[in-house]
Design a protein around this ligand. Structure first.
Ligand code: CTP
Ligand code: ZN
Length: 153
């Protein structure tokens, strides 16, 4: 049987982020802090055909699991994503992402005077609204291109 889904080879241990909104794979990599510089083994499929989404992206990361904070921010740009944990070539866990009430870390507040962007040990925190996300500390709202507010890894 020909597996038309299998664009990139199976991974042994790690995470497959599947059903990513088409075109968002590079933003997903930014959210999970991967830019290739630390030698991670990563496979990416972009705009591949999907029954459910028409076109989707897929990201496979060997030897890595995601933190809940990363998954929470990911849900904002890829609401239909599934997170598959792979061990010994088998999918041992699969879950859909869900839109959280708040996201902590990962994003940074665009307000330079916000306490979360000052040189203080305070993690960013945003409340998730229908129209975007709102900084808990200074109430600045990010409405568009949330991906451009991902903190540098
Ligand atoms: N996968 C992988 N390496 C493995 C196992 C699975 O890269 N060792 C990938 C598959 O190619 C697929 C995703 O992980 O893209 C989910 O695998 P699986 O649950 O087997 O596929 P489906 O049943 O098609 O998933 P879904 O129902 O979520 O679409
Ligand atoms: Zn702020």
């Amino acid at each position: 049987m020909i597996d038309t889904e299998l664009r990139v080879s199976k991974i042994e241990d790690g995470t497959v982020i599947d059903h990513i909104t088409g075109g968002q794979a590079l933003n997903v990599l930014a959210i999970i802090g991967i830019d290739g510089s630390s030698g991670e083994e990563v496979s990416i499929g972009m705009n591949v055909p999907s029954d459910r989404l028409g076109r989707k992206d897929i990201v496979k990361v060997e030897g890595r699991e995601l933190s809940q904070n990363e998954v929470d921010v990911l849900s904002l740009i890829a609401p239909a994503a599934t997170i598959n944990i792979v061990r010994d070539f088998e999918v041992v866990e699969k879950h859909r992402v869900t839109r959280p009430e708040t996201v902590v870390g990962v994003l940074s507040c665009p307000n330079a005077n916000c306490i979360s962007t000052a040189d203080e040990p305070i993690e960013s925190r945003f409340d998730v609204l229908d129209e975007g996300v709102r900084c808990t500390y200074c109430e600045t709202i990010i409405r568009d291109s949330i991906a451009s507010h991902i903190s540098a890894a």
